[in-house]
Design a protein around this ligand. Structure first.
Ligand code: HEM
Length: 413
């Protein structure tokens, strides 16, 4: 049997705790053809070029073939083709219509205005550990927090959040290259997407008849110069926001706690300089990002880059996390340094699909890290490295056990 390529080694579960050494080897060839016919792009400059290249499609239907370890595009399921998997002009139209309710210029201040609500939620979650001296950061804090926030933003009633979380978990676990039988992952994903679709469809119908002050109501009622979202597009957008904003944020918070406990000097500074949390989150997005490989791209034409020609129809894997540690573009990239300026990273992707929820994700993670480290006294890791989830594409700890002496009350900060 041929020895595994560097990328195949990255995907092996045993590399999950530290894929970064292998990324160094991967970058020796900026573009590498894999035995399964996909092309992995691993260097910062080349990834940025392809993120901005109109010959690169995010629509899986343009793939000539799907590599064995990747989920197939959902044939004929328009809801699964939410705008993250669409190209211009459809992508741009839907993104603008959804953004109308989410951020500037029409809804400027929307996300910032949610800060007090978010602070309340995270404070309640950390306060819930009061009688304990140990916690699983993933299960107790990082996981519930973004789901509650996105559910409230969308207008999902509190009592349905648990069901939401189960569906979103199933869908997200099946993203990107990972372990497990492909057909089984695909089936679980399809079932969970169908359940989400049915639930959101009922919610949208209810809001169409009786609008409330939430995002779903905005999506179903707004009509502007570019028209209105179709019922299918509303479902696609709502599902996307829920899923894209869920596990990503969970992983960034968990990666953040892990990284800060591994860097006590930065943690000490953070206690003295609370505003450092802003730059710390930015550096986490570079150094320990949740998204290592975003949705597979397809070449719409023969594309020659760094001396390699990627043929039309070929699958392209953009190794974002490798690009963010490329020494050719980022000085001293293996060093976790919140002071770095500028901090160029690919943690939120780039180009037309640049993360839609970045402002929300930043605030959530800043609030979570601040609350955790200002209220848990003497926190320490129980296991390092922690066990990781299966996915290589969306990477983060399965659980993150910590011990602490006590939980400080909120007022004593
Ligand atoms: C730390 C948390 C997050 C990370 C690391 C993250 C990362 C990313 C990345 C890398 C992309 C680009 C995907 C691609 O190019 O294919 C992306 C796109 C996207 N993200 Fe996020 N994300 C986070 C949180 C959120 C949140 C909270 C939301 C929503 C509330 C969200 C909504 C989206 C959407 C809708 C897209 C697709 C944008 C488009 O196709 O135009 N994300 N995100």
């Amino acid at each position: 049997m041929a020895p595994a390529s560097v990328f195949e080694q990255v995907i092996e579960y045993s590399s999950r705790a530290d894929p970064y050494r292998l990324y160094g080897q991967l970058r020796e060839a900026p573009v590498s053809r894999q035995p399964d016919g996909s092309y992995v792009v691993s260097t910062y400059r080349e990834i940025v070029a392809l993120l901005h290249d109109p010959r690169v499609s995010s629509d899986g239907r343009n793939l000539a073939y799907v590599p064995a370890n990747q989920p197939a595009p959902e044939e004929g399921n328009s809801q699964a083709h939410s705008f993250i998997r669409l190209d211009p002009p459809e992508h741009d139209r839907i993104r603008r219509l959804v953004m109308y309710h989410f951020g500037p210029p029409h809804s400027a201040g929307k996300i910032d205005g949610m800060r007090p609500m978010m602070a309340e939620i995270i404070s309640g979650l950390v306060g819930g550990l009061a009688d304990r001296q140990h916690a699983d950061i993933v299960e107790d804090i990082a996981h519930p927090f973004p789901v509650i926030v996105i559910s409230q933003l969308l207008g999902v009633p509190r009592e349905d959040e648990t069901r939401f979380r189960a569906w979103a978990d199933t869908v997200v676990e099946s993203f990107g290259p990972g372990e497990g039988e492909q057909a089984e992952r695909q089936r679980a994903r399809t079932d969970a997407l169908a359940a989400l679709r049915e639930y959101l469809s009922e919610l949208a119908e209810a809001r169409r008849e009786r609008p409330a002050d939430d995002l779903i109501s905005g999506l179903v009622t707004y009509s502007g110069p570019e028209g209105q979202l179709s019922p299918d597009e509303v479902l696609g957008a709502a599902t996307l926001l829920l899923i894209a904003g869920h596990e990503t944020t969970v992983n960034l918070i968990a990666n953040g706690v892990l990284t800060l406990l591994r860097h006590p000097g930065v943690l000490e500074r953070l206690k003295r300089e609370p505003e450092l949390v802003i730059r710390t989150v930015e550096e986490l997005l570079r150094y320990e990002p949740p998204v290592h490989f975003p949705a597979l791209r397809a070449a719409l034409d023969d594309i020659t880059i760094a001396g390699t020609t990627i043929p039309r129809g070929a699958p392209i894997v953009l190794a974002l996390a490798s690009g963010s540690r490329d020494p050719a573009s980022i000085p001293d990239p293996e060093h976790f340094d919140p002071d770095r300026n500028p901090n160029q990273h690919l943690g939120f992707g780039g180009g037309i699909h640049y993360c839609f929820g970045a402002p929300l994700a930043r605030i959530e993670t800043q609030l979570a890290l601040t609350e955790i480290f200002s209220r848990l006294e003497n926190p320490r890791l129980v296991a390092d490295p922690p066990p990781y989830r299966a996915s290589a594409g969306l990477r983060g700890p399965r659980n993150l056990q910590i011990e602490f002496d006590r939980v400080l009350p909120r007022a004593s900060r």
